[in-house]
Design a protein around this ligand. Structure first.
Ligand SMILES: Cc1ncc(COP(=O)(O)O)c(C=O)c1O
Length: 406
């Protein structure tokens, strides 16, 4: 008998992601990476976060270095209640809990809701860690097709009818990996489906604030949560995961969960057994930073930089690939989702391109792992968040060379 043979059976449901394996190759010197999912560290508002940290370790040092409540640090819960109000969401401080990244909010939902064999619907493609996390709880994951406007509602309804899922997980705004923006009309239709079929919708929204529209009146896309008051009954079937990772710092590991009271209570109980509470110091830093009012100006800069990088990537991909590649240019977020079309007999072999790309010192992620089943083998994901515009130009040129070599 080996130690491995005694591991829990549920580990048989998941394997180390192909993407992690790919990341091992990225240590190669000189490589330009479009593969990661990280925000650009040079965009972090270090001065602002330092000031928030000094404040946390001033008067409140005793409290923030002590154990805290599982639900979260109260000043942050109050700050988030106000923050969400500016986004059209009415939620009391007690109506949300702080989680260790939004990843933990998703894990707590899985832990609270999913039995072995339960059906769960996700977008095809969706965030890989969610697929893995829900599978660990024994979920049978079903992918719902998307187009340039997010998940296709008619197909989603057919799948809900056929599979009676425990929940539907969506990333409506600039999703990872799709970059797609779910239309406002579809958001309301999906809320109506939640009520009609009594199915929990989980809205994951880490990217909504990264919109590229720089006009004076531009705001983040309305969350489904902010629309729920217009669809009677839908608040009872909607959970929302928020995150500071892409707008403040992912290393702080601060996210939040808003959910119907019974679900929130059970998720809190599960969190108690998991990590007792999210780091108080991180929560206090986030609370102070939020209260300082520095975030809006920092975000203006981040949006501008990412928008320019996305535009450069779009122009370069069109120049290098022409009709060999198809994509919908994202209106926000960090990702391009594209397909090799095979036009005029050109290659659709993404795996061969990934290999040739690495050999030519540029990396991206093949799209297949983002599908729970029936992977689209012609799909690819590029992140434009971490390479500057010069590197994007050079990287896409290298990618074009790799493509022509396969
Ligand atoms: C769609 C999506 N949800 C959730 C997360 C997790 O974010 P965090 O746990 O850092 O808040 C990510 C991170 O990349 C993501 O892309």
């Amino acid at each position: 008998m080996t130690l491995e043979s005694t591991f829990a059976k549920r580990l048989g449901n998941v394997e180390t992601s192909a993407i992690r394996e790919l990341f091992k190759l990225l240590a190669k010197p000189g490589i330009i990476s479009f593969a990661g999912g990280f925000p650009d560290a040079s965009m972090f508002d270090i001065d602002g976060i330092k000031a928030a940290t000094d404040k946390a370790l001033g008067d409140t040092a005793g409290a923030v270095l002590q154990y805290g409540a599982t639900e979260g640090y109260n000043p942050l819960r109050a700050g988030l209640s106000k923050h969400m109000a500016t986004k059209g969401v009415t939620v009391s401080p007690e109506g949300l809990i702080i989680t260790t990244g939004s990843q933990q909010a998703l894990d707590l939902i899985g832990k609270t809701m999913i039995n072995e064999g339960d059906n769960v619907i996700v977008e095809a493609p969706t965030f890989l860690a969610t697929i893995q996390c829900f599978r660990l709880y024994g979920a049978n994951i079903i992918g719902a097709p998307i187009d340039g406007h997010g998940v296709q509602v008619d197909r989603l309804e057919e799948l809900i009818k056929a599979h009676k899922p425990k929940l539907v997980y969506l990333i409506p705004s600039f999703g990872n990996p799709s970059g797609a923006l779910l239309s406002m009309e579809r958001r309301k239709q999906i809320l109506a489906l939640a009520v009609k079929y009594k199915t929990l919708i989980v809205e994951d929204d880490p990217y909504g604030e990264l919109y590229f529209d720089a006009s004076a009146t531009a705001v983040a896309p309305r969350s489904m949560l902010s629309m729920a008051s217009e669809v009677p009954g839908s608040l009872d079937w909607l959970a929302f995961a928020g995150s500071f990772s892409k707008v403040m710092s992912p290393g702080l590991r601060v996210g939040w969960l808003i959910a119907p009271p019974a679900l929130l209570a059970k998720a809190t109980m599960c969190k108690q057994f998991s990590d007792a509470h999210t780091s108080n110091l991180s929560q206090a830093i986030a609370a102070n930073y939020l209260a300082s009012g520095s975030m809006p100006a920092a975000l203006v800069k981040v949006r501008k930089v990412y928008a320019a990088r996305a535009k450069t990537m779009e122009t370069c991909l069109i120049a290098e690939f022409g009709d060999a590649m198809r994509f919908t240019a994202p209106k926000g977020g960090m990702f391009f989702w594209a397909n090799l079309t095979g036009a005029r007999g050109q290659s659709t072999d993404v795996a061969a391109l990934a290999k040739a790309a690495i050999a030519n010192n540029v990396a991206f992620v093949p799209g297949a792992p983002f599908f729970a089943h029936d992977a689209d083998m012609t799909a690819l994901r590029f992140s434009f968040a971490t390479a500057n515009e010069d590197l994007i130009r050079e990287g896409v040129t290298r990618l074009g060379q790799a493509f022509r070599s396969i």
